[in-house]
Design a protein around this ligand. Structure first.
Ligand code: UDP
Length: 340
């Protein structure tokens, strides 16, 4: 396959995972085009990649973009992502993540583009009682509206694949974290709701304290366990999925977990930030956050078997170090932690 001839539309490519994936696509020889409304994404995260400003809901703009750039395949990242926020304000999640995705699927159908990699999530599994690594054969049973929106899109892809020959891979991310080791891009959400950047803000002193949401879970230290996966590993997962779609030409939708198989508790992550940053900060114990499963850890053997993908940069120390260095660089500090 000659990747230089493969034009890939990266919808939501200016966001956190999208911008790292766009860099990885370029490094792998693909020719990405970013489509984004820049509501939460950043133009400066795109580094000279062709940008098209447009809404996910704008079917006509998507059709013309797919045609004008002679697109061969699509990666779809554009979505609202805060699980906790989706519990208190669900409707924008259904509007953005579900309804607007219909425009993309219609535009792809109209232009005859069949290959799609979709950003899904471990939140589609919901709260499984035994806390074992989750495999893709488990039923989808989300416990928050965000997880429902991603599960609903997977259902839409299944129906579109069987009716119209869509060739799709849904990548179910566990906890995206870390940053480009060269600090070209990183995690910049406003407001920030994710654990690692919030702890880092506490370490930098720009946040008074980190709050632990729940200390009474059925886990060894009472706090939630998550499978943290380096954003650059997620990026190479998308490249592997796209390679697979171009090489196998398989119709249907397949879902793959992207995670490490190892979980870390909230307290363990806090301790790692203390160690990497060398700074201390206040920790407050609060009640549970609505919609949080106790344990989410991936069985990622499917992606390894079928896509030849494995996490390589996702030790929790490396994740925290890269996130810390990115936060320092964003503050204009020259100090770099090498960790220890
Ligand atoms: N969390 C926390 N304090 C915070 C933010 C998150 O204790 O300020 C917990 C959250 O309850 C969850 C874990 O950290 O158990 C990871 O949350 P995050 O929002 O980063 O990702 P999610 O698992 O919701 O996708």
């Amino acid at each position: 396959m000659n990747r230089a001839n493969k034009n890939v539309l990266v919808v939501g490519g200016a966001g956190y995972i999208g911008s790292h994936t766009t860099l990885a696509l370029r490094e792998a020889g693909f020719n990405p085009v970013v489509y984004d409304n820049f509501s939460t994404g950043h133009r400066d995260a795109c580094f000279g990649t062709t940008l098209v400003e447009g809404e996910l809901s704008d079917r006509d703009r998507l059709v013309s973009t797919l045609r004008d750039h002679d697109i061969d395949g699509v990666i779809h990242f554009a979505a609202l992502i805060e699980a906790g926020q989706s519990v208190v304000g669900p409707l924008p999640f259904f509007r953005n993540n579900v309804a607007s995705t219909l425009s993309l699927l219609e535009a792809m159908q109209e232009t005859g583009i069949r290959r799609l990699v979709f950003s899904s999530t471990a939140a589609v599994y919901g709260n499984l009682p035994d806390g074992k690594p989750l495999n893709e054969g488990l039923p989808r049973n989300p416990v928050n509206p965000y997880g429902h929106t991603k599960s609903m899109v997977e259902t839409m892809l299944e129906a579109t694949a069987s009716a119209h020959g869509l060739q799709a891979i849904a990548l179910r991310y566990f906890n995206a974290s870390g940053a480009d080791p060269q600090c070209r891009t990183g995690e910049r959400h406003t407001p920030e709701t994710h654990l690692i950047p919030l702890i880092i803000e506490a370490a930098l002193g720009t946040r008074a304290a980190i709050k632990i949401f729940g200390t009474d879970y059925q886990t060894p230290d009472g706090t939630c366990i998550r499978d943290y996966i380096h954003v650059n590993d997620l990026a190479t997962g998308h490249v592997a999925a796209l390679n697979n779609l171009f090489e196998t030409d398989l119709p249907g939708i397949r879902a793959y977990n992207l995670g490490t198989g190892t979980g870390h508790s909230v307290r363990e992550v806090i301790d790692m930030v203390r160690r990497i940053s060398g700074r201390d900060f206040a920790v407050l114990e609060e009640g549970r956050r609505a919609g949080d499963p106790a344990i989410l850890v991936a069985d990622a053997s499917g992606a390894n078997r079928d896509l030849g993908w494995k996490a390589k940069h996702s030790g929790i120390d490396q994740i925290v170090r890269d996130a810390w260095n990115y936060a320092l660089s964003a503050q204009g500090e020259s100090f770099r932690s090498t960790g220890s």
